[in-house]
Design a protein around this ligand. Structure first.
Ligand SMILES: Cc1cc2nc3c(=O)[nH]c(=O)nc-3n(C[C@H](O)[C@H](O)[C@H](O)COP(=O)(O)OP(=O)(O)OC[C@H]3O[C@@H](n4cnc5c(N)ncnc54)[C@H](O)[C@@H]3O)c2cc1C
Length: 614
C-alpha cells in the first residue's frame, strides 16, 4: 500500500468517533437472515446490533471497523467552507475519491440513485476481515455492500444503513511463472499468471505486470477501475479482441461465500462458482478476496490512431459515417483493433482507436486510404479539428507512468495531492467521469451482421440520426466478433451474454454533468436539464435498438432502468447463473441493483419483493 493511501485511511480511522453513539440503542437478539426473512434491519430497528456487538466486530477485525462519515457532511455543515471547496476539487481526482470510504466515483444518477454512505465499514486488509464482516452481516440480518474501486455507474457499491466491506487496502500484485490452480495438478499445465488483491486498481496492476515484469494482463481501459469489480462484470480493455474479456482470463478466485466459508473457485474446484464469477456480476455471489489472472506474452508494440473530423453538413457526416463503417469492416474488424469512435451532435467524429501486434508503419498504411479520402473532400465537406495522428510505443511502455508523462503529457493527468505516489496517474479522457452525475446511460451490443454490405446503409442512417440527439460511442473492443479464436472460445465459457460473441462493438450513449448531489445546497444538479438529457439518450438508443432489438447489453455499463435485464446481461446463461446463486447464497445476503437474484428483493435490497420484480 502506498504511503498516501495508508495516511488517508489512518485519518479516517482517527476521525471516526467509534461506536460511542450506538451504545444507547436497544439491544435485541438479531435473527439470522433465512429464506423466510422479509426485511433487513436498519439503525434504530430492534434487531440492529448493539454497541457491544459492533465492538466485538471491531476487535475481531483488528480495529478495522470504521464509522463511515462522508466528506459530504462538510458541505452540509458549511456549504461555503474550505473543506467543501476542497471536496469538490477532489471529486475531479479519481484517486482522492477512491481513498475515501464515504464517496464513490459516480455521485449519482438522476431519478435512479444518489450516493449514500454505509453506517460502518470494515476496511479489510485480509481475508479473515472479510469473513468476519460477512458472518456479522448474515447473523445480524444487515444490508451488506462491497466496494473496491468504487466505479460502479449503477450505484452498486453504496447503500444507506448498510455494512460496507471496503477492499481498498487489499491490493497486492504477485507474479507467477508457473501457476497451477488448486486441485488442478495433473489436469492443467503450469502457466504464467498474476494474483491480485480485490482492491487493486488497473493502473497499478499494469505497472507491476507490464512495466516491471514485461507481461500482459487483460484489464480495463480506465486506470482507476477496481480489478475485482471489472473482472466479475466481464471486463473489456483496448485489446480484448485479441486477449478476450478479463473474466475469461480468470484462472482462480478466493471468495468468501454467504456462509462465511473461504472457497477456492477454479476449473477443478467449485467449477460452478468459478463460472458464475466470470461475468456474473460483482456483489452477487460472494466477496472475492483474491483473483489470479492468466498473463500473456507482450506484443512488440501498442499504438493509437487519433483524429477529430468535423463534417460541414449533415449529408457529409452521413457519408463520413458510411465510409468509416465500410473501412472498419474491411480493415479493422480483426484482433488487432479496439477502442472508440464517437459520433457527436454537431457532425463531429472523434477517432480514438488502439492497435496491438502492428507497428506504426503498418497502422499508417492501413489508415491511409481512409484519411486520404477525407482530405480529397476538404474543405467543402470536412475539416480536421485534430490530427490525424498515429503513434506507437514499445509495448512495455504502454502503462509506464514515467514514460507516459514524458511522451504523452496531454493524455495523462496526475493525482495532484501533496505526497501522492508518482504512479497515481489517469487518462485525461476519463476526467469527465470523475465524480460525474449521470443523466442517462445505455449500452447495446451491435451484431456483426450489421457490417454486411447490404446492412451498412441502415447502420449509418441510425448512427447519424442518433448522434444528433446525444454522443454515440462505438466501443469496438467490447464486442468479440472479429476477435481471435482463443479470445472467443474463452469468453464463450463465461456467464456473460453470448451476444457479446456476435457483436462487433458495444454502442454506448450517455449524458452526464459535473459532480453534484441532489439536496446539497449549492451543489444540486439541474434536474430539468438532466431529465431532458436523459430523454435524448433514451431516444438515441431507441434508434439503435431498432437495428438490434435483442442485442443485449453489458452489466457494468448499462441503463439503471434496463427492463428485461437478466436476459440483456446474461441471455440464455441466466438460469445457470441463478442455480449458482441459489447454491452459494440461498438467502440473498449479497444484493446489488439488477444483480443475479436481485428480483427477489425490492429496489433498496432491504425488503423481499412480494412477487418477481423486473
Ligand atoms: C471511468 C470508468 C471507466 C470504465 N472503463 C471500463 C472499461 O474500460 N472496461 C470495462 O469493462 N468496464 C469499464 N468500466 C466499468 C467498470 O468495469 C465497472 O463499473 C466495475 O464494476 C467497477 O469496479 P470497481 O471495483 O471499480 O467498482 P465498485 O463500485 O467498487 O464495484 C463494482 C461492483 O463490483 C462489486 N465488487 C467490488 N469488489 C468486489 C469483491 N471483492 N467481491 C465481490 N464483489 C465486488 C461491488 O459490490 C459492485 O457491485 C468503467 C467505469 C468507469 C466509471
Amino acid at each position: 500500500m502506498t504511503a498516501m493511501r495508508r495516511r488517508d485511511i489512518l485519518r479516517a480511522l482517527v476521525a471516526a468517533p467509534f461506536l460511542t453513539g450506538a451504545a444507547a440503542r436497544a439491544v435485541a437478539a438479531a435473527k439470522p437472515l433465512t429464506a423466510g426473512s422479509t426485511a433487513r434491519v436498519r439503525p434504530g430497528d430492534p434487531g440492529w446490533p448493539s454497541a457491544t456487538q459492533w465492538n466485538a466486530l471491531h476487535r475481531q477485525t483488528g480495529g478495522r471497523l470504521i464509522t463511515v462519515r462522508s466528506p459530504l457532511e462538510n458541505c452540509r455543515d458549511t456549504p461555503d467552507g474550505a473543506a467543501c471547496r476542497e471536496l469538490f476539487k477532489e471529486l475531479k481526482n479519481p484517486y482522492a475519491i477512491g481513498d475515501q470510504v464515504g464517496l464513490t466515483q459516480t455521485t449519482g444518477w438522476v431519478d435512479a440513485w444518489t450516493f449514500q454512505p454505509s453506517v460502518y465499514a470494515v476496511a479489510a486488509e485480509m481475508t479473515a476481515d472479510v469473513v468476519a464482516a460477512v458472518n456479522f452481516a448474515r447473523e445480524h440480518n444487515l444490508r451488506l455492500v462491497i466496494k473496491g474501486g468504487g466505479h460502479s455507474y449503477l450505484g452498486r457499491s453504496n447503500s444507506p444503513d448498510s455494512l460496507l466491506i471496503w477492499t481498498r487496502r487489499m491490493n497486492p500484485v504477485v507474479m507467477h511463472d508457473g501457476f497451477v490452480a488448486q486441485g488442478c495438478t495433473g489436469q492443467a499445465d503450469p502457466q504464467p499468471a498474476v494474483s491480485v488483491g480485490p482492491g487493486a486498481i488497473w493502473g497499478h496492476t499494469y505497472n507491476e505486470v507490464t512495466t516491471k515484469a514485461g507481461r500482459y494482463v487483460q484489464g480495463g481501459g480506465c486506470l482507476t477501475v477496481g480489478v475485482a469489480g471489472l473482472v466479475l462484470a466481464g471486463g473489456f480493455g483496448s485489446y480484448s479482441k485479441q486477449f478476450s474479456t478479463a473474466a475469461a482470463n480468470l484462472l482462480q478466485a478466493e471468495v468468501v461465500t454467504a456462509d462465511g466459508k473461504v472457497r477456492i473457485a477454479n476449473a477443478c474446484t467449485n467449477p460452478d462458482l468459478y463460472w458464475g464469477l466470470k461475468g456474473g456480476g460483482g456483489g452477487s455471489l460472494g466477496a472475492v478476496t483474491r483473483l489470479t489472472l492468466r498473463t500473456h506474452d507482450l506484443p512488440n508494440f501498442f499504438g493509437g490512431v487519433f483524429a477529430t473530423i468535423h463534417a460541414q453538413s449533415d449529408a457529409a457526416f452521413r457519408r463520413l459515417i458510411s465510409r468509416l463503417i465500410a473501412f472498419y469492416a474491411d480493415n479493422l474488424f480483426n484482433p488487432h483493433w479496439g477502442e472508440i469512435v464517437t459520433l457527436r451532435p454537431g457532425n463531429q467524429m472523434d477517432i480514438r482507436m488502439a492497435f496491438q501486434g502492428l507497428d506504426q508503419q503498418q497502422a499508417e498504411a492501413i489508415w491511409r486510404p481512409f484519411f486520404d479520402w477525407v482530405v480529397t473532400a476538404m474543405p467543402d465537406d470536412f475539416a480536421y479539428w485534430l490530427g490525424p495522428t498515429i503513434r506507437s510505443v514499445a509495448a512495455r511502455r504502454r502503462w509506464d507512468p514515467a514514460f507516459l508523462k514524458a511522451y504523452l503529457p496531454g493524455a495523462l493527468l496526475v493525482d495532484d495531492r501533496p505526497g501522492a505516489p508518482a504512479d497515481n496517474v489517469f487518462w485525461a479522457a476519463n476526467l469527465a467521469e470523475a465524480g460525474h452525475f449521470i443523466f442517462g446511460y445505455e449500452s447495446l451490443w451491435l451484431p456483426a451482421a450489421l457490417l454486411q454490405r447490404d446492412q451498412q446503409g441502415a447502420l449509418a442512417d441510425a448512427l447519424a440520426t442518433a448522434s444528433r440527439l446525444a454522443p454515440v460511442e462505438l466501443h469496438f473492443q467490447k464486442g468479440l466478433a472479429g476477435g481471435s479464436p482463443a479470445a472467443r472460445a474463452a469468453a464463450r465459457d463465461t456467464a456473460m451474454n453470448p451476444k457479446v460473441l456476435d457483436a462487433f462493438a458495444l454502442a454506448i450513449v450517455g449524458g452526464e454533468g459535473p459532480p453534484t448531489y441532489p439536496n446539497l445546497a449549492g451543489h444540486a444538479p439541474d434536474l430539468v436539464a438532466a431529465r431532458k438529457s436523459a430523454g435524448m439518450v433514451g431516444s438515441a438508443m431507441a434508434l439503435l435498438k431498432r437495428l438490434a432489438p435483442d442485442g443485449g447489453c453489458y452489466f457494468a455499463e448499462s441503463n439503471f432502468f434496463e427492463s428485461g435485464w437478466p436476459q440483456a446481461y446474461w441471455g440464455p446463461n441466466y438460469p445457470r447463473l441463478m442455480a449458482v446463486k441459489q447454491k452459494y447464497d440461498p438467502t440473498g445476503l449479497f444484493f446489488v441493483h439488477h444483480g443475479v437474484g436481485s428480483e427477489a428483493w425490492n429496489a433498496d435490497g432491504f425488503t423481499r419483493a412480494a412477487a418477481g420484480r423486473g
